[in-house]
Design a protein around this ligand. Structure first.
Ligand code: NAD
Length: 267
């Protein structure tokens, strides 16, 4: 049997039911990890469990609830005796709704709902995971976005929430050192089931059914790639494999390539 890069580790992955989270679970388990998958969708988790069997343990819950984050971390320790990585990945998008086009009531309610998932849940997840990660000398890995560095990847709510994640990663990296490393990965666009706040009426539709996101990414980014969620997961493996990233904390790995303009001569 070949050695996996994550042999023997146990990770919690939030938003594990579809899209990038599901791709992270598939890759982590293929590399030898056991994953506790936390998602609010019981149906998506049932499919994940049917596909991956004993390699995953599923927990249905809401990342904006501290108690649900604790339940996921306690499940990891009960099942595997340890927790090595907490991957805070669940997120909501604002579908690029601009300030001018937003109703004030939508802005007020949408801000609270979106920031609860994209920012508050990172704080609560890190807090819930801290005792077990301190014991294992593990790490927190957050999913941010090209919108953590650049405009246009969303409207003001989404872009502000992902920028906030950068500050949180830096502060927690300082506070939790030297026992626990805290980093993030910033992927670019991908066709997923990514939804928006219900309070803005954006919960019934997904990014993949609303815009031609694969074509958009392929035609606007420097590398011309037809990107799938699994193309972004290598950086998560790097950060979870403590032998490969033992010196890394407080960093956001930008795997989006959004910072490099497309060359004007290319079609
Ligand atoms: N899709 C893109 O273009 C894109 C680009 C950059 C960054 N991202 C980020 O990637 C991450 C994953 O998103 P995705 O694109 O894979 O979308 P996705 O909707 O396919 O996956 C997100 C999962 O999170 C779950 N979830 C949402 N709110 C939850 C909550 N309150 N509690 C528990 N689970 C909850 C959903 O049920 C879903 O299974 C997000 O943080 C998103 O901001 C996505």
């Amino acid at each position: 049997m070949t050695m996996g890069r994550l042999d023997g580790i146990c990770a919690v992955v939030t938003g594990a039911g579809s899209g990038l989270g599901r791709a992270i679970v598939e890759r982590f388990t293929a590399e030898g990890a056991h994953v506790v998958a936390l998602d609010r969708s019981a149906a998506k988790l049932a499919k994940l469990a049917a596909d991956l069997g004993d390699l995953v343990t599923t927990v249905t819950g809401d990342v904006t609830s501290y108690a649900d984050n604790v339940r996921a971390c306690e499940t990891a320790v009960a099942r595997q005796g340890r927790l090595d990585s907490f991957v805070a990945n669940a997120g909501l998008w604002d579908f690029g709704r601009s300030l001018a086009d937003s109703d004030p009531d939508d802005l007020q309610a949408g801000f609270d709902e979106l920031f609860a998932v994209n920012v508050k849940a990172l704080v609560l997840g890190a807090k819930a995971a801290l005792p077990a990660l301190t014991t294992s000398r593990g790490s927190v890995i957050c999913t941010l976005s090209n919108a953590a560095f650049y405009p246009v990847g969303g409207g003001p709510l989404y872009v502000a929430s992902k920028h906030a994640g950068v500050g949180l990663v830096r502060q927690l990296a300082y506070e939790l050192a030297p026992e626990v490393r805290v980093n993030a990965v910033a992927p670019g666009g991908m066709a997923t089931d990514l939804r928006g706040p219900a309070s803005m009426g954006l919960d019934a539709t997904s990014i993949e059914s609303t815009i031609p996101i694969r074509e958009y990414v392929k035609s606007t980014t420097a590398l011309h790639l037809d990107v799938r969620p699994e193309d972004y997961v290598g950086a998560y493996v790097l950060l979870a494999a403590r032998d490969e990233s033992s010196t890394v904390t407080g960093t956001v790995i930008d795997v989006s390539s959004f910072g490099i303009p497309r060359r004007p001569t290319e079609s």
